[in-house]
Design a protein around this ligand. Sequence first.
Ligand code: AMP
Length: 426
Amino acid sequence: MKFQAPRGTQDFLPETISSWQSIEDRARQVSERHGYREIRTPIFEATELFQRGVGETTDIVTKEMYTFLDKKGRSLTLRPEGTAGVMRALVEHGLAQAGRIHRLWYVGPMFRYDRPQAGRYRQFHQWGAECVGSDHPNADVEIILLLVDYLASFGLANTKVQLNSVGHPGCRPAYAEKLRAYLAPFKDSLCADCQARYEKNPLRILDCKIPHDKAIAEGIPSILDSLCEDCRTHFDGVRRRLDALGVPYTLDPKLVRGLDYYTRTAFEVHDLGRGAQSALGGGGRYDGLISDVGGPAVPGVGFSAGLERILLALEEQGKIPRTEPATVFVARAGGSDVEAEALQLVREVRGSFSAVFDFDSEKSLGAQLKQADKVGASVAVILGEDELKGEQVTLKNLKTGAQERIARADLAGHLARHFTTMETAR
Ligand code: AMP
């Protein structure tokens, strides 16, 4: 019997892990520099949390959730996104309070029963951030900048920020009516899903992926013309700040996002080098979400970004930060005293660097050093009978072939210098 990873999932083998680590490390660093702190929540939650949070009429809830009953018959769902769980955690721990600001970030796998293709998977990874407790436009701008500056930190070019305001539950119904009036003549030609959306939540039609429906949506009246005074003022505040900071963006009145919880600001960052699956990340304001999941009326704004897509874009532009493992190979040639001392050396070196050795003590020095190449070590520490007697080791630079005998007591300093030189030579 041959097993395969489930459709839409991927294995990340050790060769690709350094790229993953570098984009995750950068996410951690950029988040912390913006004052955001990490939060970790469960990978599965009560199904109802997503039905309430993400929205009953969204594709995510109607078609894409991995839902199962546990042995006690409770309905659980593998998280399709991170925000609902983070808000549930804040409410559960009594942290969602008016006037209290939380800056939080997370990274981890998300699960959606999507049609797998390049850039679209059933298990994928998101880095996200949430700023909870403020309805000020500065919070929206901080969240947009967090994503924009993260992408810019790699030198990623050819990206575009799209911006919209989806209003709030007070002014949206009037827009929904305008939309219904505009769409009425086309209603019967819309896909079955959109016909249902027409009644329940016509804004969702703007998110339809079917070309015929997309074409109809091209001519819709702009939601920006239907915003109430407060939503307009807020949106102008966001735009004014982005303009002052020199952050380019395009207005897209059709940008509604695939989740129902958004209010006011909605944004996405796209990779212009890609046709399909070009969204690298997106987010917006969700002033009603915390109360929707049982908490007080506390506003919030956030985003999530797809790490597979960011990696793809970085690879295409040759912008993946290169990291070579700082590996030391310990080789030995001699009797049991040498063997015992070599094992001791491995342990010691592992206190500061990554160190490996060949398990087979019968192997020739040459064969051991071949192994050193295979594991990508840049330096070997060699121990023979002579070195053992003289309390020395031989240090061999595996890139240049240069070698020198040094006092064993000086080994740590030599290794540190070796790796610093390699780092600066890059
Ligand atoms: P969303 O909140 O649905 O817009 O998702 C935020 C980001 O996650 C998107 O912009 C994508 O980069 C990424 N993403 C969403 N769904 C998938 C998927 N099925 N596979 C890979 N990445 C995804």
